[in-house]
Design a protein around this ligand. Structure first.
Ligand code: SF4
Ligand SMILES: [Zn+2]
Length: 117
């Protein structure tokens, strides 16, 4: 039997075990602060509760700061990859690779080719 990662509010106790609790690195660097992002990602490396942290951030659509070694944009892309959506052009269902992808691959390719002509 597998145990759900987040079953009740008390499960938030996992936060106490995060590497970031014992670090003074800013885990919410500005988007343009590449060095700050890399420093925060290093804190997450090997964090024993990274899975819980990632699951919670996706469940809550929390795209702020670095969590589980990923930026908000990287987590949004991960989230997008598990949620099928309808193509804006042909209406077929497809699984996006990035969160802002609105067309299926064939339609996106056709659109690119038209743009180059
Ligand atoms: S994965 Fe990163 S942000 Fe999440 S608890 Fe661990 S160190 Fe903190
Ligand atoms: Zn399509």
């Amino acid at each position: 039997m597998t145990t759900p990662l987040l079953t009740s509010s008390t499960d938030r106790d996992w936060r106490r075990h995060g590497n970031c609790t014992a670090s003074d690195v800013n885990m919410h660097p500005d988007d343009s602060d590449h060095r700050g992002e890399q420093a925060a990602k290093k804190v997450c490396a090997g964090c024993p509760v990274a899975t819980q942290c990632l699951v919670e951030s996706i469940n809550l659509s929390d795209w702020h700061g670095i969590r589980a070694g990923l930026t908000g944009g990287e987590r949004r892309n991960l989230d997008a990859q598990r949620t099928p959506r309808r193509c804006a052009r042909c209406r077929d269902v497809f699984v996006p690779r990035v969160h802002n992808q609105i067309r299926c691959r064939p339609c996106a390719r056709a659109n690119d080719l038209r743009g180059r002509r």
